[in-house]
Design a protein. Structure first.
Ligand SMILES: [Zn+2]
Length: 84
């Protein structure tokens, strides 16, 4: 029976240090255009508010013009296309 090597990929001290190291999250302005800096795409709750507005446009309670007035940012157009 051949001796099996039990070599697992070793965690070097360097690797461990890298894993421990927390990169500061780069904050970007919320895509809705409100100017709030956030770690994600949206400031908390702003995505829900936006998708609710998109739904209103789809159901006819609001016009697309009103939506773009409320959300003038170009980035947000991609989100409205992805919204269900
Ligand atoms: Zn926002």
């Amino acid at each position: 029976m051949p001796a099996t090597t039990k070599d697992k990929p070793k965690m070097t001290e360097e690797t461990k240090a890298k894993l421990r190291e927390k990169k500061p999250k780069e904050k970007k302005p919320c895509v809705c255009g409100c100017g709030t800096l956030t770690g994600g795409s949206w400031a908390p709750g702003h995505d829900a508010r936006f998708y609710a507005a998109v739904k209103k446009v789809r159901s006819g309670d609001m016009t697309a013009a009103d939506l773009s007035k409320q959300y003038p940012s170009d980035t947000i157009k991609n989100f409205s296309e992805r919204a269900h």
